[in-house]
Design a protein around this ligand. Structure first.
Ligand SMILES: Nc1ncnc2c1ncn2[C@@H]1O[C@H](COP(=O)(O)OP(=O)(O)OP(=O)(O)O)[C@@H](O)[C@H]1O
Ligand SMILES: [Mg+2]
Length: 168
């Protein structure tokens, strides 16, 4: 009974981190990169302009310093070869739901390496169960225009035992 009522406490890891600049967001991405393995999924949620792409850029540049890493808003999927495995950076903003997402072939991308997904809500229940969810608060249109962000980090499944402290 108890386990069913509170599954998060047994299977998930939660951390909240306060960031004060885009550089700190990129550095958080790089710390996640150091833990990344092929087959991993990292989701990036938060309002427009929250810093999801900044995080992704920091993560990808851990493997490929100086890489441009544009927002995949229009290409939808942008794939980077890191040497050991591929990282597919995905932006689902313009898609309507899981049916559209299926056509992107993300299963195949996951077989080749890791997935970094902006606007993961578009995938609904098709999101892999083992994943690291990054939820960025602040930076949205209605909020004050400043550099402060609160980042909620939720590790699920296979991510739990290896995520560790991501605060610094
Ligand atoms: N603490 C911060 N973390 C991340 N970005 C920040 C921070 N402070 C300011 N910024 C700025 O906010 C903007 C974030 O843009 P970014 O493209 O990463 O947002 P996004 O969440 O990917 O938006 P979209 O939903 O449009 O893809 C950048 O211009 C960045 O310099
Ligand atoms: Mg973006």
């Amino acid at each position: 009974m108890l386990a069913r009522a509170m599954p998060q406490f047994e299977t998930n890891f939660f951390q909240s981190v306060e960031l004060h600049s885009a550089d700190e967001m990129a550095a958080l991405g790089a710390r996640v990169a150091a833990r990344l393995r092929p087959g991993d999924t990292v989701t990036l949620a938060g309002p427009l302009g929250a810093g999801k792409t900044v995080f992704a850029r920091g993560l990808i540049r851990h493997f490929l310093p100086g890489e441009e890493v544009p927002s995949p808003t229009f290409t939808l999927v942008q794939t980077y070869e890191t040497g050991n495995f591929a990282i597919s950076h995905v932006d689902l903003y313009r898609l309507k739901g899981p049916k559209d997402v299926r056509e992107l072939g993300l299963d195949e991308a996951l077989e080749r390496g890791a997935l970094l997904i902006e606007w993961p809500d578009r995938m609904g229940p098709e999101l892999p169960a083992d994943r690291l969810d990054i939820v960025i608060e602040g930076g949205g249109e209605e909020g004050e225009r400043d550099d402060e962000r609160t980042v909620k980090i939720i590790a699920r499944g296979a991510w739990v035992p290896r995520v560790g402290d991501l605060s610094a």
